[in-house]
Design a protein around this ligand. Structure first.
Ligand code: NAD
Ligand code: MG
Length: 407
């Protein structure tokens, strides 16, 4: 009996892997460590990093017998060394130690630091040609085309760990680039999907942190409420897959079951579905090019009953519109978009601006940046970091004016 051939590659499925997890103490880090724990013998842990949670980091390092651990906060080094006393685990602190963690010889690196701080350590892994599971979308948005160019030059393999991009990555193998007509990334719509603009304007931190479907770190949860996260993801998709802004659509899908779809020239649309659990896209990256067992709940469409869809509202969620503007503007505009958003989110968390002011600060910073004649192509990581730094300063200088203004 003949059958459609399925890929069968047992040799690589059995292969051991050395792995590093940058941002091991966060939400994505947690899901990644969960997957490593489930097949402990297959993975050897090279390096783990965290921002300042020394206790959590040391506990993981001991559990997985990591070779090297690093905390971003330089003041925590002696505390980290104390927590690792009696082990042979090497340790470091500060930005250079986090970068060293990326540079250490692991086959597979999870890049899950949050924010643009993740750029340099991810590049350290990219530059030595590692396989990099990329959760940290801000680093891609900040560095733009440059990040993917560096990966190509070094022969690094970038695997998208963000659920929508992982879905696109899986669906894209159904056709060729010239057969692709558009990609669609879905958005839950966040906690304010059905709210009036006036209520969104006044939303509190507690309300912004109540995501309907996903359990994630604080920054991305707030970005989901403002739909800035979807904006960052539109930019991420453009750089990852070399797509024009017009080739990327956003579709609000409150159940978060379909994560991404690819439309081809024959009008076939190929989608990836799954329960909203980040361990599924991470497992896909960890097993790739094979598949490993994933711990997420089996998808029960009968139980879910209905999948619904809505057009995104660019008026109530201006952050999404601004992402397309930044992408079309190019020349560092997406770096400015991300930097201003990071400043705005921090100000919202510190309760110095209202929720509605997040997008206003991003828009004001982007406008001031363009008016000031600052747009220029990014040709190096240092360029991207300098734009990020200057855009943050510009956003901070605009903060008082934005905070004082009513909507
Ligand atoms: P998180 O806040 O839970 O964790 C962030 C990790 O980075 C922690 O380990 C923290 O200690 C570390 N960190 C923070 N600032 C640092 C700094 N300055 N230097 C070094 N380390 C630092 O965030 P998360 O939700 O796990 O998200 C991580 C990244 O993955 C983000 O870029 C986010 O957009 C992306 N992402 C997350 C999810 C999710 O479900 N959580 C989904 C898709 C993409
Ligand atoms: Mg996502």
């Amino acid at each position: 009996m003949s059958a459609v051939p399925l890929r069968n590659n047992p040799a690589s499925a059995l292969r051991k892997r050395t792995v590093s997890v940058l941002g091991a103490t966060g939400s994505i880090g947690d899901s990644t460590m969960d997957l490593l724990r489930a097949d402990r013998d297959r993975y050897e842990v090279e390096a783990l990093t965290g921002n300042n949670n020394v206790e959590g980091l040391a506990k993981l390092a001991r559990e997985f017998d990591a070779k090297f651990v690093a905390v971003a906060d330089p003041a925590r080094l002696s505390e980290l060394r104390e927590a690792l006393a009696g082990t042979a685990i090497e340790s470091g602190a500060g930005e250079s130690a986090i970068i060293e963690a990326g540079a250490r010889p692991a086959d597979w690196v999870m890049a899950a630091v949050s924010g643009a701080a993740g750029l340099k350590p991810a590049l350290a892994a990219v530059d030595r040609g590692a396989t990099v599971a990329l959760a940290n979308k801000e680093c891609l948005v900040c560095a733009g085309d440059f990040f993917m160019d560096r990966a190509t030059a070094a022969g690094a393999c970038i695997l998208p760990a963000d659920s929508e991009h992982n879905a696109l990555f899986q669906a894209l193998s159904s056709g060729n680039r010239d057969e692709l007509t558009r990609v669609i990334i879905t958005a839950s719509g966040g906690p304010f999907r059905t709210w009036a603009a006036a209520d969104i304007e006044q939303a509190t931190l507690a309300q912004a942190l109540k995501h309907p479907n996903w359990s994630m770190g604080q920054k991305i949860t707030i970005d989901s409420a403002s739909m800035m996260n979807k904006g960052l993801e539109v930019i991420e998709a453009s750089y990852l897959f070399a797509l024009e802004p017009d080739e990327i659509d956003v579709l609000v899908h409150p159940q978060s079951i379909i994560h991404g779809m690819v439309e081809f020239s024959d009008r076939s649309v190929v989608a990836q579905l799954g329960a909203p659990d980040m361990r599924t896209p991470i497992a896909h990256c960890l097993g790739w090019p094979d598949r490993i067992a994933g711990p997420a709940a089996k998808l029960d469409l009968v139980k879910i009953g209905q999948l619904t869809f809505e057009a995104p509202d660019f008026e109530r969620f201006p952050g999404l519109r601004l992402a397309y503007d930044a992408l079309r503007t190019g020349d560092g505009a997406t770096t400015v978009y991300n930097a201003a958003n990071e400043v705005a989110v921090a100000a919202f968390v510190a309760q110095s601006i209202r929720f509605g002011a997040i997008a206003r600060l991003v828009e004001a910073t982007m406008n001031a940046w363009v008016r000031g004649g600052n747009l220029a192509p990014l040709t190096s990581a240092d360029d991207a970091i300098a734009v990020d730094h200057n855009a943050r300063n510009m956003a901070r200088s605009l903060l008082p004016e934005i905070a004082a203004k009513a909507s």
